[in-house]
Structure formats: C-alpha cells, structure tokens
Design a protein around this ligand. Structure first.
Ligand SMILES: *Cc1c(COP(=O)(O)O)cnc(C)c1O
Length: 403
C-alpha cells in the first residue's frame, strides 16, 4: 500500500520508474541479520538480484558478504563497499578475464562449477604466483519444487559438478599447486517456499561433507546458496520473508563441525518486496473479447512475467486515492476511495512490439482510464537488473522513499 502522499508524489513524476521503499528494505535486512546471527550463519547478498548502487550500499552496511556471478559483479560488490574477504564468485562460464580480475582483487572464494574450470583457475593463479581459494559447486540432484525455469540443482541443469564426477574433482584438487580448497557450495534454485526442500538439501550436504572428509579434505565452508522465496501474492500483508524458519531448518538439519562456517547467498528474499514498478496507463483499448490496459512500462522494464511466467500483484493506485467530493464519506463514516468504482477485467500489457509483452491476463481492476498510475508490486528482485534497451527505450528511472 502506498500512502496518499506517496501517490501524489508519483503523480508529478515521469513514468515508468522503479520505486524503492528503503525503510522496508532496511527492516528486511535487519530481520535477516537477527535471524542468521542467532546461529552464527554468514549471509552473502546475491548481487544479481539487484545491483542498483543505492540498494547495494544499503545492504553492505548490514555487514553481509556478496555473491557475484560475473567479473563486473565482483567489481560492483567491492566498489559498493563489500569487503573483498566476503566476496564469492560463482558462475558456470567464468572467462579468463573475469578469473584474472578476481585473482587480482583477492576475493574470498571462487565457487567452481566444473573440473575444467578448476584446472584453468589453477593455471591462471600459477601464472600470477597466487593461490586461489576455491569451493566446489555440487549439483546435489535435489528438486527445488519451484518453476522449472528457475530450478538449478537437478542433473539436467547446467550448474555445478555432478556427484558422479566428484572423484575427478578430488584428483584435480590433489594435483593442483595453486588452489586452496575451502569447501562445498550448492544453489538449487530460486523462489523456494517449501522448507522441506532445504531439509533435503541439508541431508545431501551432510553426505557430501562426509565424502570429502573421508578423502582427507578439510571443509571449512558449507555454502548452501540462496533461493528463499517471497510471497508475490500478498505484498502488503506478508512483505518480510520468514527468515527465522528458514535458518532454523539449516540449524536443525545441517551437521556443522566446530571449525566450519555455514554460508548463505540470499538475493530475492532480501530485495524483492522493497520495490514496485510504477507506470501510467497510456490507452485503454476495448476489444470484442478483451479489454487491454496499455501501460508505458513493458518487458523492457520488467521481464519476469514474460521470461518465466512470474506473477506480480498489479494495483491501480490512482483508484486508491480518497475521492475529493462531498460524497467522500460512505454510510459507515469511512473515507470512500475511487476503488468503489466498477471492477473490470483487463489484459495488462506494455508498449513493446512483441505479443509476449503482457504482464498478466484477466486482471481484475477498478475501471481504469488514461493517466492512472499502475503499480506492479514486488519488483525489487530480478527487475531493474534485467532492464533492456530493446525498441530503443529510455532507461527506466529509480526513485527512493527517502529522497
Ligand atoms: C542467483 C543465485 C543466488 C541467489 O538466488 P535467490 O533465489 O535470489 O536467493 C545465490 N547463489 C547463486 C550461485 C546464484 O546464482
């Protein structure tokens, strides 16, 4: 929900823009920090969810580390204030240039996704006379029970080293002169809401920890990745994820030795609710079968619905403003809003020249007119980071609650 003052502020701004609620972001970060500190767990923020500089600087102030999936994300994390001792670098296709950059930056750890990559990092480190700290990203074959487009921990996925290949990894580690083995890493998918999935992951982590220790390796870090989901259906009533229950699952099911640290890499859960994409209705097009609400924002500003059939709540926030007339109080003495208007079904679409440029079909909204402000909620994760210049669109603006 936006206050009338906030909606009035929006009315004077050029749309579309991302609106960041920095207070909600801070409350979320505080909740995560408190819940993880209880078990001495280490949290890294997954930069790829949102690398808006203001968001990054807010997050780094809470003492979290950073998880990067490209050389530029490593750079953005360090320049954004994260300590290099807390920066990790994952990704199935790290280029030599990126590896060299991360070696120079002396980051905490590479999360290595194949035997081939292990050899390359060793070679590049040797050339520089350095030792690279590495963890092995293992594909544990655990089903994340999430949308198949955002599942990463099954054998059919490209990520990580399959369990049957671990003997090769062990040999490669033994043969490498310029690698320091830190531990094992997992990331099985995103938008996971079923805690049973994380329990299954813990069982696999325990087995694999044992596998490595039995072969003489010392595991210092158990990195269980991210993936905690958020409630896209209730952005007003359930906008801080249940970090307590999440971390408790790992505390209850993970076997952690005294010399081991447990690391997490949360992206979505930290930032998703803190932003909405605000846009205006350009045209209302009434067809024979459909009514279209044509917005000034499209897949170039928020591609999640088009890319992985994601759901976002869509609100006509102009209709939430109190009606300014002498009929503005209803029989119960409550302030009437324009919401009392007729509800209509719309296909909410963008202006981009693609048929898939539709945020959602058959959205029930108060009857909407040109100029109305539309909020697409819970857009803080994998929103602004995926903005594209397709159709030579203007770059979407960002607006912050504290400015
Ligand atoms: C994307 C990613 C994350 C964060 O995932 P969320 O679902 O946003 O928490 C963590 N670790 C790795 C390796 C990733 O690629």
């Amino acid at each position: 929900m936006f206050s009338p003052a906030t909606i009035n502020r929006f009315q004077n701004l050029e749309t579309p823009f991302y609106y960041y609620d920095l207070n909600l972001l801070k409350q979320t970060l505080e909740a995560c920090r408190t819940a993880s500190a209880k078990y001495n767990f280490h949290v890294h923020y997954a930069m790829k969810a949102n690398f808006n500089p203001k968001v990054v600087s807010t997050i780094q102030a809470y003492g979290f580390g950073a998880d990067s999936v490209s050389g530029n994300e490593v750079r953005a994390a360090i320049e954004g204030g994260f300590s290099k001792d807390k920066v990790v670098f994952a990704g199935v296709g790290k280029s030599d240039k990126e590896i060299n950059y991360a070696l120079e930056a002396d980051i905490f750890c590479f999360n290595v996704e194949s035997v081939q990559e292990l050899a390359i990092i060793n070679d590049l480190a040797k050339t520089k006379g350095k030792t690279a700290r590495v963890a092995i990203r293992i594909n544990p074959n655990v089903d994340a029970n999430t949308h198949h487009f955002i599942t990463t921990g099954l054998e059919e996925n490209k990520f990580g080293v399959d369990i049957w290949q671990l003997p090769n990894v062990a040999d490669a580690l033994h043969a490498s002169t310029n690698l320091e083995f830190m531990g094992i890493h997992f990331h099985i998918g995103s938008q996971i809401t079923d805690m049973e999935v994380f329990k299954n992951l813990c069982v696999k982590v325990n087995e694999l920890d044992k596998w490595f220790e039995e072969r003489g390796f010392t595991i210092k870090v158990l990195n269980v990745g991210g993936g905690l989901g958020v409630d896209y259906y209730n952005p007003d009533t359930n906008n801080i994820p249940d970090f307590e229950s999440y971390f408790k699952v790992f505390n209850d099911h993970l076997i952690v030795k005294p010399n081991q640290e447990v690391h997490f890499e949360l992206g979505r859960a930290l930032v998703a609710h803190s932003a909405s994409l605000i846009s205006r209705v350009l045209y209302v097009k009434n067809g024979l079968k459909k009514n279209f609400l044509i917005l000034d924002a499209g897949m170039t500003e928020l591609i999640r619905p088009m890319l992985y059939q994601a759901y976002h709540q869509i609100d006509n926030i102009s209709s939430q403003l109190p009606v300014m007339s002498n009929e503005s109080v209803n029989n119960n003495g409550e302030l009437k809003t324009q919401n009392s208007k007729l509800m209509t079904k719309y296909d909410v679409v963008g202006p981009i020249c693609e048929s898939t440029d539709c945020f959602r079909k058959d959205v029930l909204l108060p009857e909407s007119v040109r100029g109305n402000l539309i909020a697409i909620r819970t857009a803080g994760a994998y929103g602004e980071v995926m903005v594209s210049g397709y159709n030579l669109r203007d770059r979407v603006q960002s607006v912050y609650s504290e400015e």
